[in-house]
Design a protein around this ligand. Sequence first.
Ligand code: SF4
Length: 317
Amino acid sequence: MIGTVPMYDAIGYLEKDLLEITAQDFLKVVRAHAEEGVDFMTIHAGINRRAVEAFMRDKRKMNIVSRGGSLLFAWMMMTDNENPFYEYYDEVLDILREYDVTISLGDALRPGCIDDATDAGQISELIELGALAERAWAKDVQVMIEGPGHMAMNEIAANMRLQKRICHNAPFYVLGPLVTDIAPGYDHITSAIGGAIAAANGADFLCYVTPAEHLRLPDANDVKEGIMASKIAAHAADIAKGIPNARDIDNKMAEARHALDWEEMFKICIDPEKARAYYESTPVSERHTCSMCGKMCAVRTTNMILNGEKVEFCSEK
Ligand code: SF4
C-alpha cells in the first residue's frame, strides 16, 4: 500500500459506529497505518470549524463529495467537536514523523460540480491547509496538498497559482479537475483535460480518474483507461512547461510517421498494444499506409513528390 486514507478505514478498523469513535481512536488508526509502512496518508485536517462555517454560509449545489470529508463533517456535527485531525494535529504529525510518512492534506471541501468551484468553502479550507503545511514542515514532515475536484477550464490556472501562493509552494495533488459534469462514462477524458491544464500551470501530481467515475467501482480495464488518460495529460503538460527532453519522444514519433515506419510507431507510442490492435483490425489495401486514407495517404504522396517520383492513383497496381 502506497497511500491510505485513515478516515475511510476508521469504522472498519475500530469496529465502532461513527458516533462512538473518539478523537483518540482516530489517532490509533493513523498509528496503525504508519506501522504498516504506508508512504503517505491523506488526512482531512483542513475542514475545521472555520471552514465548515464558510461552507454552510455559502450554499452549494453538491455540498461535500469527499468521502473522508463527509464522514468527518458528520462526526463534527453529531458530536459538536472540532475536527480531531485538526485539534490533535501535532500528535498526528509526531506519528507521521516517527514513521517517515508524508501527509497528504485532503480537500474535504473540494467542489463536486463546476458550479461549486472556487467558492468560500473551498478557499477557506485551502487557507487552513496552507497553515497546516507550514506546521508539518516545522516538525520535519513532508507535505502535499490535495486539490479539486470539478472546475471549469477557465478557473484552473488561477486556482493553481492561488494554491501555490497560499500553501507556500507545497506540491499540489489534483483530483481531476473534471472540466464538465455531463460526461459520466467519459470522466477519464474530462479529468485529463483539467489535469493537463492544472499540470501545465503548476500541479505536481495527477490523480487518475477512470471512465467508471460516478458510476461504479472501476474494473482493471477502467483503471488502464484512466491511467493512460492521466499519463497523456501529464506528458502534454510536460511539453507545455518546456521540461527538458519532454518532447524528444514526440519528435521521434513524427520521424517514424514521416517514414511510415509502423513498427517504430508502435515501439514509441504510449499504448503499443492498443495502437497495433487498431492498425491491424482493418486490413490495409496499400502497403505502408493505413486504412484511414489508403492510397491517398498524404504522407506517402508528399514523400513521393519530394523524392522526385510521380503520383498516379489509377494506373497503380
Ligand atoms: S493513410 Fe492517412 S492516416 Fe494513415 S498514415 Fe497515411 S496520412 Fe496518416
